[in-house]
Design a protein around this ligand. Structure first.
Ligand SMILES: [Zn+2]
Length: 324
């Protein structure tokens, strides 16, 4: 999933709307409460004057602590009085409180200096919405995956019928998506270009997203470009994807092996695969390389981590993009 500027802009708009709505509704409740219990106005005036007195008290010298303490007590009493009045008029206890969607950040999106979880989730939701509008995600479903395109002949590499083999892969992936949990193993989809690996992984993404899981999909090149930009400080903080990649429920890395390989990308690939294994989170990898070639291109330890944490599915057939 690519988090473009427009994702953050939209997410911030939604947050601002949430905040404004919560505050407007609280004001309306406040007006309703005053209409029913006008004596609240006087109590609130008193509370406001306590606040002003605290500001004045700062210049008072030695007695300031005691003075502020007493103001605090007076304020608590005023609050309790207001609560009592509201209660006897039949209002719920929290009637005047602003009811934010997120209590942690009060719909600001920030928890101290960090993004609040609600904001991160909102960003992912908006990204998913935009991704499904602008990518083949919508088109790439299990329903649109056609097994007829695979030749009904024996594959020379594995010695079994190609269509039957792909049907087995299809059934496996469909069941995987249907029963998905974050405790699952990942999937290693390998085979030549154009055999439906991207379609199959997006079909899983569709189902898993619908089950309410957080899925991150990216080609290896786009993932590495962003990680590199982040690492060398070229990307603004809000474009940061590292945490999403390491912590999303399902990560799908497409086209492994097609990226421009450097020491950085090799180290990052190991870090991603290994971190997700340590967090017991599944990863789907699609690639034109077999596991021996992965070991050669990256390292033996990358290959063994992948093998140890995934179900390997071999994709066979003719390039289905040229068969229409
Ligand atoms: Zn929040």
């Amino acid at each position: 999933m690519s988090y473009k500027k427009s994702v953050y802009i939209r997410a911030k708009e939604i947050l601002a709307q949430r905040k404004a709505t919560a505050e407007r509704e609280a004001e309306m409740r406040h007006s309703a409460a005053i209409a029913m219990c006008p004596e609240i106005v006087e109590i609130e005036r008193e509370m406001a004057s306590h606040g002003a007195d605290v500001v004045k008290a700062v210049g008072m010298g030695a007695d300031v602590k005691e003075y502020i303490k007493n103001l605090g007590i007076a304020n608590l009493r005023a609050q309790a009085r207001r609560k009592e009045i509201l209660k006897s008029a039949g209002f719920p206890e929290d009637y005047l409180q602003v009811k934010y969607t997120c209590d942690i950040c009060k719909d600001t999106g920030y928890n101290n200096e960090f993004y609040c979880q609600c904001y991160r989730k909102l960003i992912r939701d908006v990204a998913r919405e935009q991704l499904s509008e602008n990518s083949p995600l919508k088109k790439c479903t299990f329903e649109s995956f056609s097994l007829d395109k695979y030749p009904d002949v024996v594959d020379s590499t594995i010695g079994i019928n190609q269509r039957q083999h792909m049907k087995d892969n299809y059934e496996f992936c469909k069941a995987y998506a249907k029963n998905f949990t974050t405790q699952d193993q990942g999937i290693f989809m390998y085979g030549k270009t154009g055999l439906g690996k991207t379609h199959m992984s997006l079909a899983i993404a569709n189902e898993v997203i619908n089950k309410g899981y957080d899925v991150y999909y990216g080609t290896i090149q786009s993932i590495m470009d962003k990680l590199e930009g982040e690492h060398f400080g070229r990307l603004p903080r809000e474009d940061s994807i590292k945490e999403d990649i390491l912590t999303c429920d399902l990560l799908i890395i497409d086209d492994l092996g097609t990226e421009f390989t450097t020491q950085f990308t090799t180290a990052e690939l190991y870090n991603i695969v290994n971190s997700r294994i340590l967090s017991s989170l599944p990863t789907i990898i699609s690639t034109n390389l077999n596991i021996g070639e992965i070991a050669e291109k990256y390292s033996q330890r990358v290959a063994s981590r992948i093998i140890g944490s995934t179900n390997a599915l071999y994709f066979c057939g003719k390039d289905i993009r040229q068969m229409d």
